[in-house]
Design a protein around this ligand. Sequence first.
Ligand code: FES
Ligand SMILES: [Fe+2]
Length: 399
Amino acid sequence: MTKPEERFHTKITTQMPDMGTAPLPIEPYISAEFFEKEREKIFRRAWLEVARGEELPNPGDYVVREIEVLKTAVLLVRGDDGVVRGFHNVCTHRGMAVAICDKGHAKGFICNFHGWTYDLEGRLKGMPGEEYFPNLDRADYGLRPLATDTWNGFVFVHWEPEPKMGLREFLGDMATQLDEYPFARFNHIARYSARVKANWKTFIDAFHEAYHVMMVHRHTVPDACAGQENPYGLLSSARIYGPHHSGSVWVNPAHTPTPSETLAWKYGMSFAPGDMVDLPGLNPDNSPNWWFDINVFFPNFFIDVGPGWYFTYNFWPVSVDESTWEMNIYQLDAESAGQKFAQEHTKVLLRDILYEDLSTLEFAQKAMGSGVLKHLPLSEMEIAVRHQLHTVQEWVNRP
Ligand code: FES
Ligand SMILES: [Fe+2]
């Protein structure tokens, strides 16, 4: 065993809360009662990312997001004033959905049950037979809003129409790190999604450590983030910003590219390790041997940023042991056939890597539910896993 001073360590460059070194309890991953507390105290009290503004570029454009953990569907619509607003997709008469399609363009919304109509700002504009509703003031029956705000093109909603903390304040220095990153210059190139029988934290925990890479990803990127100097895939640096955290993934300088990786990097930029691309917000600690940053916005949203690409994950709880997940991949515009090839390489390499990631989750969840495991021992490689649960417990225990 190497002596502690000779070992590779993750450089922590912000204040760290005292999180101890004890193994993690199993209960938060399997208890239905704990899950209900998470719904009330985390998901109904945090800003949640639901869309990119480019998905609804023009006034009248809308998208609907089913958010099972909130037991609602959110209708996001861009008003004539250019502002994106979020409403519960619920008619205030007797609860029919006002938008039936997942996305579209409308001048307003008409409920398919009895024909009440709403404008793009959510005001109730018309009710067939209004004179038969005694003492009803239309102003009281607009669509029910959620607080909605945008940071750097990402649209977030908050269950409370008037949350105590605004979006920017909630995101804090996690957003500051990426304020200058030019997200709008990127094109959406792929979307992957899955529904898995695993707790949302079990799911997330497989995505913010690199200890698993040499095993889980041994067929795709076996030597990418572990090597002689750092044999177990420690992050090169990590930052904790209140409930959020960010880690830089170390890349093995001796990584051997496959022929398709070599070709992709010859003509463009790929997810596979390659050259640095100078974009603000990348590699904030100037770590040597940098591959990409994993930026985790509490509670359930990731923005991973790398050379010429970024991708996002949204992890959505369904129940204590079921979750859905969506990944969206973005890359700088392809201006030649070679760059297009590099984009395709990114898409298929990530597809293969993600199948590998998904393969462990249901086993781990089942084992926790069986009572075989009493706790989860964690290493220094898994600091983000510890911080995620630490934050979850802190929020759940709040009054
Ligand atoms: S439920 Fe919408 S008009 Fe009646
Ligand atoms: Fe992975």
